[in-house]
Design a protein around this ligand. Structure first.
Ligand code: 9MR
Length: 791
């Protein structure tokens, strides 16, 4: 099935140049004539204009303005000049001097002077009291007689003073060359390697013959050595590379380095507990993404904030949200849930796969996720924190179901978000946009059916009522989807939020039927699963699974959650076949990536991790070490063994993503705000580079280079709930030392009579050690009770 890639995220998204990426424009002699009129303010302030809330004056030869405090958006206070001619394809040098008292981050734009205010250039200069000269280049994508140069200066709680001078815009400039700083040419997992795991690195070199390598400990003593293996030119990076394998070395320690071809890698550890913190960090991300609840600073120091979208002004939701005009005539209380990503939207399709993968992380190894692990408000309530966190989203998904008596009752609204796109930064509780429900869709309805069915079985031991509510909602959603099998979300409905449209929902039907079957065992769902083309087809696409490709979820669930499908063995074997496919891709890849399309997709990091999840599941099913090794090696790419020599997880590795696109972890734009929390995955290289920062700096990039750690690069560097979910799953797998005591529980029903039956349960210790103090928890999703126990 194809994923819809048509909708672009935002015309109004701003572009930033981080200081690290801002290279000075060439002051070339062949630059064209000056386009800015009176950029030196020798003749007063005209033709510069400003919004009514500030006044322009000339002070010591500079243009100055007192900027009022208490505005919400950058565009609430603007200084600008109109009628600048731009020529398509021409590269311009844009320069100015500016000061801010006290220091502030400003926003400089060259844009269309009317709605949708398309930006041809944008930067977020850090303005200081003493002042700096700023110098940029950009290439105009269109010809236009009347572009606008504006400085957006609103959004500050406190008043401040802005001054500028020597504003200049000239054509004929040299295009800017962006050179990422990729550090040493020996690429390693900067977090480290597990003592018993595979240990490989990649060397970027011109050499074509094997080279010597040395592994050194923290004291610079050589502890192992060998020869590299030339691998030729790697398509994903365009680099000539060698691989090197030091898997024979298993001694734990900190600060190891690898040296080859005169280059020394960044340091890394060898440790068995390497991944112990990552599962909790990846999962803690969800609390600070929560909508509808205050984030407590005592639980997340530095991340505390008021509740977003609880109906307190200037927020306009989410307690009483109407539909888009003409879509429905009721309102819904859809408070809660997680914000999808760097935006404030909440989308049922994407919420679905995210909450599913969290519940699946729990279902894979329930004992690993006890109460109190995640420091959330519910910690200490006697239930696993991971289920409490997932429930925050699941309750939101339930609230998106169309009420009884309304058209399309039982379906789920596709999404709820702002009417228009908002700028960065913007705290959730300060978002002033009207919120709207978008039409119900079959895809959203099936996401609800699938996750509610899954929730019904997982929450039953802790909250029978919540489990029953979910099962009822799942059945209702299933029936509504069957009655409306082709109600697709509009691919053009992408203003103020993402479209998340999907023209093929046969895979969503399969996944939902699988979950309903696993929870109820009922024939209707079993028959649907068995008849679905996704049940027997090759679902293991090379580009991985994601929100729009979910047949794989159904297959993984049917392979791992106990059930009585007649072809269960074949289903399990099919996961192993998928794993073999990804293993072969990885083995052929000099960077060890189980993903090798000619161009990298939006969110490539999570697609890579999802392919690793298939291999991890094959390990769980077969116990074959090669699959576990493959998962460990795949993680090396995410944590530094890559062309950019960087980790994509905040706080993990010496050089790691920290400016992911977000409206509130927006430190790059406002030093008062935090960076994303530790354990946040960046989307990663995306060959389509849809945002203006990436388009300006990464044009023509080889796949692995199509990434920039800039807050405004929403196409390569966003954070999302559906990307951290596979990170949580895979890190739990990586942290799993296999020390679980395994047991097999067998259940058979004997005599049945109206209203009851007798069942025999056999528990067998299949692990290597004696079990003390075990308990058997018994739950019925439909509210039955165990009457007597004997034996
Ligand atoms: O992850 C989504 C990607 O697969 C789509 O191609 C893209 C365009 O529709 O949208 C991505 O999702 C974004 C969503 O639309 C809005 N919230 C942020 C999401 C991540 O960038």
């Amino acid at each position: 099935m194809t994923r819809c890639r048509a909708a672009l995220l935002a015309l109004l998204t701003m572009v930033a140049l981080s200081p690290a990426t801002a290279t000075a424009a060439q002051a070339a002699a062949d630059e064209g004539p000056e386009q800015i009129v009176n950029g030196t303010f020798d003749s007063g302030t005209a033709p510069w204009w400003a919004t009514a809330n500030t006044t322009l004056t000339v002070d010591e030869g500079r243009l100055c303005a007192d900027i009022p405090g208490g505005t919400a958006n950058p565009w609430d206070v603007i200084i600008g000049q109109n009628d600048l001619p731009l020529v398509a394809g021409e590269t311009y040098a844009y320069r100015f001097f500016a000061t801010a008292t006290p220091a502030k981050i400003g926003r400089a734009l060259i844009q269309l002077p009317v709605d949708p205010w398309t930006q041809y250039f944008a930067a977020n200069p850090e303005l200081s009291v003493s002042g700096n000269s700023y110098s940029y280049t950009f290439t105009a994508p269109v010809s236009l007689p009347n572009a606008q140069a504006v400085f957006q200066l609103g959004g500050s709680a406190e008043p401040w003073r802005f001054c500028m001078d020597d504003v200049s815009l000239k054509g004929g400039a040299e295009p800017e060359e962006y050179e990422p700083d990729t550090g040493p040419r020996v690429r390693v997992n900067m977090v480290g390697y597990l003592p018993t795991g595979p240990k490989r690195a990649t060397l970027v070199t011109d050499a074509t013959e094997p080279l010597a390598w040395e592994l050194k400990d923290a004291g610079k003593e050589t502890v192992a050595s060998g020869q590299t293996v030339p691998r030729g030119v790697d398509d994903s990076s365009g680099q000539n590379v060698h691989t090197l394998d030091f898997g024979g070395f298993r001694e734990p320690g900190e600060g190891y380095t690898l040296t080859a071809d005169g280059e020394t890698s960044r340091p890394f550890d060898i440790a068995a507990d390497l991944y112990d913190r990552l599962p909790a960090d990846a999962l803690k991300f969800y609390y600070t993404q929560r909508s509808g609840i205050e984030i407590r600073d005592d639980l997340r120091p530095g991340y505390g904030r008021p509740a977003g979208h609880v109906g307190v002004a200037p927020n306009q939701g989410d307690v009483d949200v109407p539909c888009q005009p003409g879509v429905c005539d009721y309102t819904l209380n859809v408070k809660g849930g997680w914000y999808d990503a760097g935006d404030h939207g909440k989308y049922v399709v994407n919420g679905g796969i995210s909450v599913h993968q969290l519940m699946a992380t729990y279902e894979r190894d329930k004992a690993a996720f006890t109460d109190g692990r995640l420091d959330i408000p519910e910690s200490g309530n006697g239930r696993p924190d991971i289920l409490d966190e997932a429930r925050w989203e699941q309750e939101f998904l339930l609230s998106m179901q169309v009420p009884d008596g309304e058209p399309f009752a039982g379906m789920a609204h596709h999404k709820i978000h702002d009417r228009n796109w908002t700028g960065l930064p913007l705290m959730p509780h300060l978002d002033p946009q009207p919120r709207e429900l978008h039409p119900p869709s079959t895809a959203a309805t099936l996401n609800l059916a699938a996750t509610a069915a899954q929730a019904a079985r997982l929450y039953a031991p802790y909250d029978a009522e919540f489990a029953a509510t979910n099962l009822k909602a799942a059945r209702k959603a299933w029936a509504a989807a069957r009655a409306n099998p082709e109600k697709y979300a509009d691919p053009a409905d992408g203003v103020g939020g993402g479209a998340y449209s999907d023209p093929d929902v046969s895979d969503e039907f399969y996944w939902a039927a699988a979950e309903l079957y696993l929870t109820t065992g009922e024939k209707e769902f079993r028959d649907f699963v068995l008849a679905s083309p996704h049940h027997t087809g090759d679902v293991w696409r090379e580009r991985g699974f994601d929100w729009g490709n979910v047949a794989q979820l159904g297959r993984l669930e049917l392979a791992t959650v106990p059930n009585a499908l007649p072809d269960r063995e074949r289903v399990r074997q099919s996961v192993v076949e998928g794993a073999e496919k990804y293993l072969a891709i990885q083995r052929a890849h000099p960077y060890g990536i189980p993903y090798d399309p000619p161009d990298f997709d939006w969110g490539s990091n999570h697609l890579i991790i999802n392919n690793a999840i298939v291999m991890a599941t094959a390990f769980d099913l077969t116990g074959q070490e090669k699959y576990r090794e493959a998962v460990r090696e795949a993680m090396d790419y995410v944590l530094g063994r890559n062309a950019l020599n960087q980790s994509y997880v905040t706080g993990y590795g010496e050089v790691a993503s920290k400016n992911q696109h977000s409206r509130w972890y927006a430190r790059q734009l406002d030093p008062e705000l935090p960076n994303p929390p530790r354990g946040t995955l960046a989307g990663g290289p995306n060959s389509a580079i849809q945002d203006p920062v990436a388009q300006r700096l990464l044009r023509g990039c080889e796949p692995q280079f199509c990434y920039i750690d800039d807050i405004e690069s929403w196409a390569t560097n966003e954070l999302t709930i559906n990307w951290n979910a596979p990170l949580a799953w895979i890190s739990a797998f990586l942290a799993d030392r296999g020390e679980r005591a395994d047991c097999r529980v067998r259940y058979s029903a004997h005599g049945a009579w109206p209203g009851g039956f007798t069942a025999q349960v056999t528990i067998e210790n299949t692990g290597g050690k004696t079990l003390e103090g075990w308990s058997l928890r018994w739950s019925f999703p439909s509210g039955q009770r165990a009457g007597h126990a004997w034996g």
